[in-house]
Design a binder for this molecule. Structure first.
Ligand code: 4NP
Length: 163
C-alpha cells in the first residue's frame, strides 16, 4: 500500500515583531478554524528578535479581547529554520516580511509561503499595515484585514484537505 499521506495542517503567521499583527492573526485563525471544524496547528513568529519572550502589545490584546479572543498568553518568538519543517503554510503579514521569510528558506523546505492578503480577491499584493506606531483605530483596521483574509484562508485549506 502506498497511499499518499497528507501532512497535518500547520499554519504560521509572520510579522516583524510578533507582538501586534501576527499574534492577532494567530488568535483570529485559531477561533475561525475551531468554528469551521478544521483541525490545524497555528502559531506566530516575528522575523526580528526584538520582542522574544514578550506578551503581545497591550493594544493587540485589547483589540482581540473586544472581539472575544484571548491572546494574552502568547509569547513572542523569532522565525527559526525548524519552522519551515513544522509548518505546511506560512503567511506573511506584509511584503517586507514575505521577503524576509523567503530569504531564509532552508534547502529542501516544502512549506507554502504566501502574503496573507493575496488570499483576498482584489487585495493581492497588499500589506496589513504595521500598527505599532499607530492608535487603537489602526489595531482595529488590522483586525478587520486579518479577519477577512482568514475567512478566505480557511476556505482554501478546507478545499486542499482530502475528503
Ligand atoms: P508587528 O509590529 O510586526 O505587527 O509585531 C511591530 C512590533 C514592534 C516593532 C515593529 C513592529 N518594533 O520596531 O519594535
Amino acid at each position: 500500500m502506498s497511499e499518499k499521506v497528507e501532512p497535518p495542517l500547520a499554519v504560521l503567521f509572520v510579522c516583524l515583531g510578533n507582538i501586534c499583527r501576527s499574534p492577532m492573526a494567530e488568535g483570529v485563525f485559531r477561533k475561525a478554524a475551531l468554528d469551521a471544524g478544521l483541525e490545524c496547528r497555528v502559531d506566530s513568529v516575528g522575523t526580528a528578535g526584538y520582542h522574544i519572550g514578550e506578551s503581545p502589545d497591550p493594544r493587540a490584546i485589547t483589540t482581540a479581547r473586544n472581539h472575544g479572543v484571548d491572546i494574552s498568553e502568547l509569547k513572542g518568538r523569532q522565525l527559526a529554520p525548524s519552522d519551515f519543517e513544522e509548518f505546511t503554510h506560512i503567511f506573511a503579514l506584509d511584503t517586507a516580511n514575505l521577503a524576509g521569510i523567503r530569504s531564509r528558506v532552508p534547502r529542501g523546505a516544502e512549506s507554502q509561503i504566501a502574503l496573507l492578503l493575496d488570499s483576498v480577491p482584489g487585495r493581492e499584493g497588499q500589506t496589513v499595515a504595521d500598527p505599532y506606531y499607530g492608535d487603537e483605530e489602526d489595531f482595529e483596521r488590522v483586525w478587520r484585514d486579518i479577519s477577512v483574509a482568514v475567512e478566505h484562508v480557511i476556505e482554501q485549506l478546507k478545499a486542499e484537505m482530502p475528503d
